[in-house]
Design a protein. Structure first.
Lengths: 79, 138, 138, 79
């Protein structure tokens, strides 16, 4: 299956792109994606993040479905 | 006028105030978070905000509903600006209409705390010395 | 624009906001006390405020100074309307500019409590049934 | 000496006037004035008041000077 990952702020700058499509096995979790990203981009700062699937906060254990949008959310600082 | 909005255009208080006004309300609170000229004493040239806009608007609306349920306020609206902000420009604008003022004061303080915890918006300080930094991220 | 004012003319938020704005402020709080259509559930037709205006302005200025000293806010301005107010019109307007929002929230709540204790201004409820009553006086 | 007394809200309406000049002996206090008013206007509601001389809150014991402005302040209800 294919999912879309979105990057913001420092993460977007570190990666120099705001989104990425990734091919994953069925039942892949958020954790699976993070492992894959760590392999693809060893220098990417992947600590301290929150995660959202289709704009809802989820945990590392959440499983992904085809065409899901996974957002990696660095510590927010709005307001 | 949308009650919960993330926008690149200048925020305006008056339309938001009108949105929360009601004949049964004795209190209207407006809060503006403003781009200031320093952060922790270090001089700021300007600010830049980035959002995950679709989710940020959802989260703002959710916080508004929670504030109504939790504090018993009447109406609430929240706009957040993104993009480049000069010093003195408004980054976030909260308007609350309430029968009584106590509930409105409690709600606005809670909303600002929550916005800074859960709404996917990020601030980049562009320091006066030319360097830049995403706040809270190293 | 006078920072502490008792006036018969309609209150306007924008000039008061401008008075308390400052490049070092990250927070602006505006509070409006509004004439509402009921008091304790009893229907109100309109309100009438009377003041001892010279003393009321002095007291408002004194409260502003005390709020600055006590909460460390930057600037403060308070206007109070007198005369006849229709439902939905603003009776009191407080504007606070502050480096940080916590001080501004604490100060605005304190100021409203104090205004209702010490500033010589009186509200007369003109009830929907045609009778009238000075609030707090029998 | 002569002082001015100012009345507001319910007190002003009960008296049907907003101010009054009163001739008093030297060293008269706010309390003296209240006694005199109670004699002049037996039905005037003089309980629960605060007092100000020349726009400063004072107590019942405060003494008056010539030309002072004494305000009788019913429970306030601004805001």
């Amino acid at each position: 299956m294919i999912i879309t990952i979105r990057f913001f702020a420092g993460l977007r700058e570190a990666l120099n792109q705001s989104s990425l499509s990734l091919e994953l096995a069925e039942n892949a979790t958020v954790g699976t994606v993070l492992q894959r990203l760590a392999e693809l981009y060893p220098n990417l700062p992947l600590t301290g993040l929150a995660y959202a699937i289709n704009r809802q906060y989820v945990t590392l254990e959440a499983t992904l479905k085809p065409n899901d949008e996974l957002a990696l959310i660095p510590p927010v600082s709005g307001g | 006028m949308q009650a919960f909005l993330v926008t690149e255009t200048v925020l305006q208080a008056e339309p938001l105030r009108a949105l929360v006004a009601d004949a049964g309300h004795g209190a209207i609170v407006l809060f503006e978070g403003v781009a200031r000229n320093n952060f922790g004493g270090r001089a700021t040239a300007f600010l830049e905000y980035e959002a995950y806009p679709e989710m940020a608007e959802q989260q703002l609306a959710l916080l508004g509903q929670q504030a109504q349920a939790q504090f018993g306020i009447g109406k609430v609206a929240i706009h957040h600006r993104i993009g480049v902000l000069q010093i003195g420009e408004t980054a976030v604008l909260i308007a609350i209409g309430s029968a009584h003022r106590g509930a409105a004061f409690a709600a606005v303080a809670w909303l600002m705390d929550q916005i800074k915890l859960v709404v996917p918006i990020w601030k980049c300080e562009h320091w006066a010395d030319g360097s830049q930094e995403w706040v809270g991220q190293r």
